[in-house]
Write a protein that binds this ligand. Structure first.
Ligand SMILES: Nc1ncnc2c1ncn2[C@@H]1O[C@H](COP(=O)(O)OP(=O)(O)OP(=O)(O)O)[C@@H](O)[C@H]1O
Length: 230
């Protein structure tokens, strides 16, 4: 479904990801793991079209989308849950979800369906997004992305700033999203949560692939995550 070949991206003169190649199968879950600054968010931004690729290609559903705008990629079914969630803080939860309806493709996910997936979000529907806890905001941000009915959901560090128990609850929902046929590419520093849900793993170290595959040994992932001295 998603096939990335030799992808690089830069901020000015600084190359942040270098020659990354990876695939996400239809309905599959790929976890990209790496430490702070490894290039995880940059990779997602480049796939979503917020940052230009300097080399390589991105194919989605058989089409080359490397030069499409973020909006055009969203219309084809790529949805990003960005780092920091980026909700409209002064709007209610429900209003945040309604805004996403404008980009809605046909499919299973309606506002009612995402409320079923996240009952706590449903309970808070009339609360302003900015007044909710970090975990509730993260759930709302995922719900908002789902309302668009993506075929590929890009999740940027679900665990960021959240207590482990809350992160666990959010990760419990991920297989339920996958069951509906949505493929997921998630990036994480929290290796144990990521490994719990993913089919394939891709490790980034200083912007480059350090290890990739399925059923990898934890010791090898740890080396690929921290570098050889880790
Ligand atoms: N807007 C930006 N302008 C310049 N450099 C940036 C920008 N955003 C990220 N970088 C740099 O690019 C590199 C990769 O950053 P990126 O945010 O992709 O890493 P990450 O793996 O997502 O880490 P984090 O968990 O800290 O978000 C880092 O060296 C970072 O300092």
């Amino acid at each position: 479904m998603l096939e990335i070949t030799d992808l690089s991206a830069a901020y000015g003169q600084m190359t942040a990801i270098r020659n990354i190649s990876l695939r996400v199968e239809s309905g599959g879950i790929l976890a990209v793991i790496g430490s702070n600054g490894a290039g995880k968010s940059t990779l997602l931004k480049t796939i979503a079209g917020q940052l230009k690729a300097t080399t390589g290609s991105i194919r989605f559903d058989g089409e080359d989308i490397t030069t499409l705008t973020p909006h055009e990629r969203a219309r084809r079914g790529v949805s990003l849950v960005p780092e920091g969630r980026r909700l409209f803080a002064s709007l209610t939860v429900h209003e945040n979800l309604q805004i996403a309806l404008s980009a809605r493709r046909t499919g299973r996910w309606t506002i009612d369906a995402v409320y079923d997936l996240f009952p706590l979000v449903a309970e808070r529907r009339n609360r302003r997004a900015g007044e909710m806890s970090g975990g509730e905001q993260q759930a709302t941000a995922i719900a908002r992305a789902l309302v668009a009915n993506p075929s590929l959901l890009l999740l940027d560090e679900v665990s960021l700033g959240l207590a482990p128990a809350i992160v666990g609850q959010l990760y419990d929902r991920i297989p339920l999203i996958q069951e509906q046929g949505t493929a997921i590419l998630l990036v994480e520093q929290d290796v144990s949560q990521a490994l719990r849900v993913c089919d394939d793993v891709h490790c980034l170290l200083q912007g480059a692939t350090s290890l990739a595959g399925r059923n990898l040994e934890l010791a090898d992932i740890s080396r690929a995550y921290f570098g050889s001295e880790g």
